[in-house]
Design a binder for this molecule. Sequence first.
Ligand SMILES: O=C(O)CCC(=O)C(=O)O
Length: 282
Amino acid sequence: MELVRFKDGPTGTKIEVMDKHCYLLRNFLSIEEQIVLFSHIQDNDRTDWNAPRALYSSSKTLVFRRQNDEESSQEKNNEDEYMPYLNYKFGQKSVVNEMISKANEIINGNIPRVDDDVDLSRYESISMAAIEYAFPNGRFPAHIDHCKDSFVYLMSLGCTANFMVKGPNMGGKRNFQLNSGDLLVFNASTEAAILHEVVGIVDDNIDDNIDDNIDDNIDDNIDDNIDDNIGLEQTENTGFSLEQTNNQNLGQDYHSSCPMALGNRFPILQKRRYGVQCRVHF
Ligand SMILES: O=C(O)CCC(=O)C(=O)O
């Protein structure tokens, strides 16, 4: 199988097949779409941001209010009013459904399905979780998802992440920078075994940001955590003018890996990354 393949999709999206059922879509969301998605998250966010945090905690999963149709379920009395994700049915009108449809159109239009590959556009439901990462130490340890009959769509908003993916058919770990607006899609089952990690948030003031590379020295000492609850160039994905890009280094509150167009609109994104995890169930 050809492991690394690049294709140009619509609206400047660049598709890379990283492994079987693991695709990186660079420049997936325009700045406008990122604003719409982040507004949707903020509108629904019920996280108590003043609550004390675990010592050294550098990331936080947002909390949302349980939705109406779930309140009417029989188990409602046993369930919390809040939960770490929002649910969307197939066909529901929502920004999240729209973005999953857009991703599926690009993937289905560019990557031929083989054998018994699932048709991504025929899903049953989506659950969306959002994780806020502090600059620069926010991280999510390496893990494989164990979620049967599901693909996960990871959209990145705000500061750039140092990211790692290692699939069973890849020669080694793939280290790369995941920019605001990029999307990583993969089969989230145990069998697909896509190991992934948020290594940290890019800090241009230091030298140990990762370069885009495949590392053949595979570190076997990686947690296989269960997680079922829920452009290398900055200018490439942002649609900023050169002036805007240069200005990113000027304001003291801005970190140069955090897109100014989003930071101007949402000051929190001047120094945070949001990982938007859409779990699509079949
Ligand atoms: O924040 C991210 O983009 C990744 C989160 C993650 O690893 C996961 O949801 O399984």
